[in-house]
Design a protein around this ligand. Sequence first.
Ligand code: TYD
Ligand code: MG
Length: 452
Amino acid sequence: MAKAKTIYFCQECGHESAKWLGQCPGCRQWNTFVEEPVAQKKSMSPQKLLQDASPVVLSDITLQREERFASGFPELDRVLGGGIVPASLVLVGGDPGIGKSTLLLQVCQKLSAQRIMVLYISGEESLQQIKIRAQRIGQFTDSLSLLCETNLEVIDAVLRRGKPQVVVIDSIQTMYSENISSSPGSVSQVREATGAFMQLAKGLGITIFLVGHVTKEGVVAGPRVLEHMVDTVLYFEGDRHASYRILRGVKNRFGSTNEIGVFEMREQGLAEVENPSEFMLSGKPKDASGSVVACSIEGTRPILLEVQALVCRSSFGIPRRTAAGTDTNRVNLLMAVLEKRLNLRLSECDAYVNIAGGIKMNEPALDLGIVLAIISSYKERCIDEKTICFGEVGLSGEVRAVSLAKQRILEARKLGFTTCILPKVSLDANMQTEGITLIGVENVQQAVRRIL
Ligand code: TYD
Ligand code: MG
């Protein structure tokens, strides 16, 4: 008997290999390869393919205006690029327990309130469990239906018969096709299921939201395997112990990426946070050294956040450096700049830098905030709490221009800040500066002289 053909897949990134490998050459993870049977593909005759394929010129293509519809969550609409696109496939990824099912059930609630036919297909929870969750969230109308199913062929038939406008699949890792012998959650199954949902979305004009769990262990295939297959990838992230959650656009065929939506997990489900800056700054300590407010742009939106630093004498030969919420290498680099240009003896100190609230930000405009927080802690001097700063810091200690300075200043003014330290080159004579003093600085020394 002929041996069944198998192939090895990396469960993290989907890398294929004919033999088992200890370390994946694609994503460098260890022990992620599993053996899976090769999916049988139906081959089509080249003649048939030729008949179907006929190239067209660009000018012959007529554009249909995409008609988006609102999800009822303006924060989600913003991340999607202005609303839900009909016939699109959206992947919502995130750690288990972060609130993906809650978010999508709430989207279903808002859509059903607009009388849009919605179908929520769960492969993880029973109808009773969904009902309990729904009761916490609030009222639902009858245009939402629920189904507990994991078999792709059955779901295919249900969708073709019912033709809902929006479908939620919770989660893609539980779906399986009978044509493939490997278990649900394996790379082949996840790929097959995503491909099938893509065809259903495009063929029937249904918008499909897929939930995908991200796992480090590689027990179930991470959604990274299917990022390239779907139209839009959103990540729902946040600290499980903190109440806020961030929805981040990573890929979007219909709009810009890097937009974020901010939510707060409450007793009755998720609530939108309309003013994230206020939210992020709500716990800021008064008169504490090592704390400064900086401004970062996420997508098109400025967000003010608190940068904290703690610098203390190191008791070991090698100082410890830790950064939470920002890049450790960047912090190391900035500390080297301070050591060299400002003659601070930081090599004798441990340093811990934290973006308060557990949010992750890597914009270069935060540099000035990080630098000032470190100096403030080193010198044990407080920075005025009504001061905000932004600017990129270069290797010579120079403060470089950043984009969208005006938006940042407006956001700071809106929240009652009275002083803003910014790169001198970003100062513009036409800027509205009532109520806020703008201090343009060329280098870190000048910034320190002005506020510390
Ligand atoms: P869930 O949506 O089940 O997460 P996921 O689908 O991403 O795995 O969210 C689970 C968490 O959310 C759970 O720990 C409890 C919390 N939660 C609330 O705090 N309030 C609520 O109203 C709901 C429904 C959940
Ligand atoms: Mg869930």
